[in-house]
Design a protein around this ligand. Structure first.
Ligand SMILES: Cc1cc2nc3c(=O)[nH]c(=O)nc-3n(C[C@H](O)[C@H](O)[C@H](O)COP(=O)(O)OP(=O)(O)OC[C@H]3O[C@@H](n4cnc5c(N)ncnc54)[C@H](O)[C@@H]3O)c2cc1C
Ligand code: FES
Length: 346
């Protein structure tokens, strides 16, 4: 079975039924066993995962794709690694915050049980520090955006002394890893600035320089909701510090939507109605089409499929791509929506 075929959201595959006695021993596929679920806040939890033998390790700040079977269908999502690569027991952790009506996040936070075997991909992503970890850092995070930074604080604990972390959450109780972060700050290893947005409102990036007087000397890493990241990017551009900023986005920055249309998935012979805002990946999965996917936000090209006819719109740029009969134009279904009737070869 090819790697691409294994990555699609499918009913369970034959290989899932082998190695039943020793599910982590497979050399062909990476799996992990959930060995613990730790509630963090009212809507988030950390999963402790024992990876299979073929796990190659990770760098702090990277993420993994996790494949979980929900109602007989495998769903893949990306989660930042929150554990240190040097964790003594060799396990890894991800920390998931539910989103409203979120299929996988609610499953992982509220329903998954210790002992469940899940699919994993090797770690990937370039939201890492590398040699820059020796420079002064400012981390700006909100909500679940703390996760890759927690991975860095745990994995590079000595290098990151003197870092500043500005973290936003509705209240103090909603701060994921609140106790650990406050502990690190109390030891004087980092400066922690919490913004409790229910009372204080959202972070205004124009205030960053007042909050962090040596802002211009710091490398800036930000992870959080799209609106926060967009406003930080815009402000740092204005004050000439955009080159210092690196962001990690959990979903694509959608700038344009438009009229949709009927999507015909030619191999499955399924028709589905696509509005102009919903990625073709989501429309296809909802209609039961076997859709390849990866990061679901335009980075990995794991969802590339052929547009055989019709028009699709890139949700990040608004650019419309068209194909006429006989064309085989490749599109990323996770960041493309129907822009009229279209035919996708899936
Ligand atoms: C590189 C990377 C790292 C990530 N790391 C983490 C992490 O450490 N912890 C974590 O909790 N999540 C993380 N995510 C987000 C995660 O992959 C899922 O997108 C998230 O859990 C929602 O999946 P779901 O199946 O619950 O929602 P879905 O059922 O896919 O979506 C439900 C609804 O919510 C919207 N939606 C989808 N994703 C988001 C989002 N991130 N924010 C707001 N609305 C959304 C959808 O458009 C839809 O309307 C990461 C994503 C990426 C790309
Ligand atoms: S799933 Fe990664 S680019 Fe579309």
């Amino acid at each position: 079975m090819g790697a691409l075929a294994e990555r699609v959201a499918t009913p369970l595959l034959p290989s899932d039924y082998v190695d039943l006695l020793s599910p982590l021993a497979s050399s062909a596929e990476l799996r992990g066993k959930v060995v613990g679920v730790l509630p963090e806040t009212v809507d988030s939890a950390t999963l402790i995962i024992k990876p299979g033998r073929t796990w190659k390790g990770h760098r702090p700040g990277q993420y993994i794709r996790v494949g979980v079977d929900i109602n007989g269908v495998r769903r893949w999502r990306a989660y930042s690694l929150t554990s240190s690569p040097e964790r003594p027991d060799g396990n890894l952790t991800i920390t998931v915050k539910t989103i409203e009506e979120g299929l996988v996040s609610n499953h992982l936070v509220h329903r998954i049980r210790t002992g469940t075997v899940i699919q994993l991909d090797q770690a990937t992503g370039d939201f890492t520090l590398g040699e820059q970890r020796r420079r002064k850092q400012l981390f700006v995070t909100a909500g679940s955006g703390i996760t890759p930074v927690m991975g860095m604080l745990r994995g590079h604990s000595e290098d990151l002394e003197g870092s500043v972390l500005i973290h936003s959450a509705p209240t103090g109780r909603d701060v994921i890893f609140g106790r650990e972060l406050r502990g690190i700050a109390d030891e004087g290893r980092i400066e922690l600035i919490e913004i409790h947005t229910d009372r204080a409102g959202m972070l205004n990036p124009a205030n960053l320089a007042a909050m962090v007087p040596d802002l211009a000397e710091r490398e800036i890493r930000a992870c959080g909701p799209t609106g926060m990241l967009d406003s930080i990017e815009a402000h740092l551009e204005t004050i000439g510090l955009a080159h210092r900023l690196r962001t990690e986005r959990f979903r694509p920055a959608v700038v344009v939507t438009g009229e949709g249309g009927t999507i015909h998935f030619t191999v499955s012979d399924v028709n589905a109605q696509g509005d102009g805002a919903t990625p073709i990946l989501d429309v296809g999965e909802e209609a039961g089409v076997l859709m390849p996917s990866g990061c679901r936000m335009g980075i990995c090209f794991g969802c590339v499929s052929r547009l055989r006819e019709g028009a699709v719109r890139d949700l990040r740029t608004g650019e419309v791509t068209t194909a006429t009969t006989g064309d085989e134009i490749q599109i990323q279904t996770c960041v493309s929506a129907a822009a009229g009737t279209c035919q996708i070869e899936l």
